[in-house]
Design a protein around this ligand. Structure first.
Ligand code: UDP
Length: 338
């Protein structure tokens, strides 16, 4: 297939682009490099033995997108591009609404103009919030507690409305739990700018000596060891989930939602210990107050994706920690080292 991938130079996008190329698909990446590096695509090409096309553009740039569709004639789109920092979204909410909603609306319009009928969208388990107890099934109640989460929730609703209005459109909404890890080559990985918000990049930078210690946000949650639990899924498994969803859309129309998670909760301290084991490095940490907005526990019921897509997460948290450590150790400053 010819697959247009927005945000394909980013963390999940680059791993998915690699998986698509390895499976023999043709890929065109559209990315404005606002939070990613084109070096990731050079390395994807090196790993795949062939390259994805690349257009440097914001997805809201209708003329650039129109030209990319005219030239590449994609049969399907995977839409990763978007702003994703919860804390930042509370400071500059309009940027989040403009970028995340605007890009999706422009993309859907250009897809319609070019007769492209399949879209896979990067949603998030954040839409489950605290409205019910985990494990979350896809029909659990949804909402959001911050502007970032609201953009994901709103885009899901926009996609459902557009699919209801157009019986040719095929939509897969993928609700990611907590993506971690890196390609086992250590050549591509997560490369956050500045101080990482997410647990794994922070732990990896502590292990690499770039940060002094981890702050564990709360140890008084109602969880087995008191620290928050999440469903950490290896990014290579996550990438495979996108290929499975794309495959499903080839012979199923309509609007679909699938969780991409393992179903297994791990605590912050479980991750610290797994990382220590994988890296052989001790991770100093200190318990700090809870982070505002955090939930105690979030993990998937992954059965629907297993039965409908034939997909399940295969790789362990230990494997993900080893892969993250390999990436971080070889690229202490991320793609800036290239
Ligand atoms: N966390 C932590 N210290 C950090 C970053 C995260 O203790 O420096 C905890 C956080 O409170 C949560 C878990 O690690 O329980 C995962 O947080 P992350 O930001 O990676 O993902 P989230 O689930 O919040 O999207």
């Amino acid at each position: 297939m010819r697959v247009l991938v927005t945000g394909g130079a980013g963390y999940i996008g680059s791993h998915t682009t690699l998986a698509l190329l390895k499976e023999g698909h043709d890929v065109l990446v559209v990315d404005d490099l606002s939070n990613s590096s084109v070096e990731s695509l050079h390395r994807v090409a090196e790993l795949a033995g062939r390259e994805a096309g690349f257009v440097e553009a914001n997805v809201r740039d209708e003329a650039a997108l129109d030209a990319a569709f005219a030239d590449f004639t994609p049969e399907a789109v995977i839409h990763f591009a978007g702003w994703k920092a919860v804390g930042e979204s509370t400071q500059i909410p309009l940027v989040y609404y403009r970028e995340n909603l605007g890009s999706t609306i422009t993309l859907l319009e250009v897809m319609a103009q070019h007769g492209c009928r399949s879209i896979v969208f990067s949603s998030s388990a954040t839409v489950y919030g605290e409205l019910s107890e985990p494990p979350f099934t896809e029909d659990a109640p949804t909402g959001a507690t911050n502007p970032y989460g609201r953009t994901k929730h709103m885009i899901e609703q926009i996609l459902a409305d557009v699919a209801a209005a157009d019986d040719q459109l095929r939509v897969a909404v993928l609700r990611y739990f907590n993506p971690i890890g890196a390609d086992e080559s250590g050549r591509i990985g997560e490369d956050p700018k500045g101080i990482p918000n997410n647990l794994l990049p922070f732990v990896a930078q502590v292990a690499a000596g770039r940060r002094e210690k981890l702050m564990v946000f709360g140890d008084d949650y109602p969880t087995p060891d008191g620290t928050g639990t999440r469903d950490y899924i290896h990014v290579v498994d996550l990438a495979a989930g996108h290929l499975a969803a794309l495959g499903h859309l080839q012979d199923h129309d309509g609007y679909h939602v699938w969780n991409l998670g393992t179903g297994q909760p791990s605590s912050v301290l479980d991750i610290v210990h797994a990382f220590e084991k994988a890296s052989g490095v001790t991770i100093p940490y200190e318990v700090a107050p809870r982070r505002p907005g955090d939930v105690a526990s979030s993990f998937a019921d992954p059965k629907l994706a297993q039965t409908e897509l034939g997909w399940r997460a295969e790789l362990s948290v230990e494997q993900a920690c080893a892969d993250t450590h390999r990436w971080q150790a070889a690229n202490p400053n991320g793609f800036a080292d290239a």
